[in-house]
Design a protein around this ligand. Structure first.
Ligand SMILES: [Fe+2]
Length: 223
């Protein structure tokens, strides 16, 4: 478990987009150098170590490769940036009145890599038994084949958020560096995709985190 420090001041420039449709979703852009760095560290660990263990038994995805990456991100260059985004998200929730004012401590509970191959999918699901918050960083997106002949509502390979009443949904085409933060109970899914290259990978890195303002059961008083 990794704790981020108290962060109270909202960074006005951080969030690229705040989408509110019943629930708050913030989209951030992670610099490409951090994306390259974490991709490299993950691939090195895959190739040269047995550090990475499967997180798949805890997850909904119909994927072969879902590896726990928490030990790697904590020492990576990306870590500070993504925790700032997560704090900014909580501050956005405070602004919208869904979280009481902080400062708040955030605990990262889990972080893993989804290497999704053509034809694999992630069914409609929520995270962490609907408790806390989640994020997803896109690290590799192959070129999808779009062979639909009609304007379908459901989009291959996109992140699709489902509205609280389960009637509407919104799909977003991910790009490397896109970092979405949302409530853990916000239903979402990824429909399968097709690519020209059968070995192409759609790589994303989900995170589950919570607000935890206590140490060994004692609430931290804000003074
Ligand atoms: Fe998910």
């Amino acid at each position: 478990m990794e704790r981020t420090q108290n962060m109270t001041k909202k960074d006005e420039t951080l969030a690229q987009k705040v989408l509110v449709f019943g629930r708050i979703v913030c989209k951030y852009k992670v610099p490409q150098e951090f994306v390259d760095d974490i991709n490299q560290k993950y691939e090195d660990a895959l190739e040269n170590t047995n550090l990475l263990t499967s997180h798949g038994k805890n997850l909904a995805g119909r994927l072969d490769s879902e590896l726990n990456i928490l030990p790697i991100i904590q020492t990576s260059r990306i870590f500070k940036f993504i925790t700032q985004c997560m704090s900014d998200y909580i501050n956005t929730c405070v602004e919208h009145g869904t979280v009481s004012p902080g400062p708040h401590n955030l605990d990262i509970l889990s972080c893993w890599m989804n290497d999704m191959k053509p034809g694999e999918y992630n069914p409609v699901h929520t995270h962490n038994e609907n408790l806390g918050y989640s994020a997803n960083l896109y690290l590799k997106i192959p070129e999808f084949i779009n062979d639909v002949t009609e304007p379908h509502k459901f989009k291959d390979g996109r992140i699709t958020f489902i509205g609280p009443d389960a009637r509407g949904c919104e799909s977003y085409m991910p790009e490397p560096g896109d970092f979405y933060v949302f409530q853990a109970d916000h239903m979402h899914c990824v429909y399968p995709f097709k690519t020209k290259d059968p070995n192409a990978i759609r790589r994303s890195m989900p995170i589950n985190f919570i607000i935890n303002n206590s140490v060994r059961g004692e609430e931290i008083k804000n003074v």
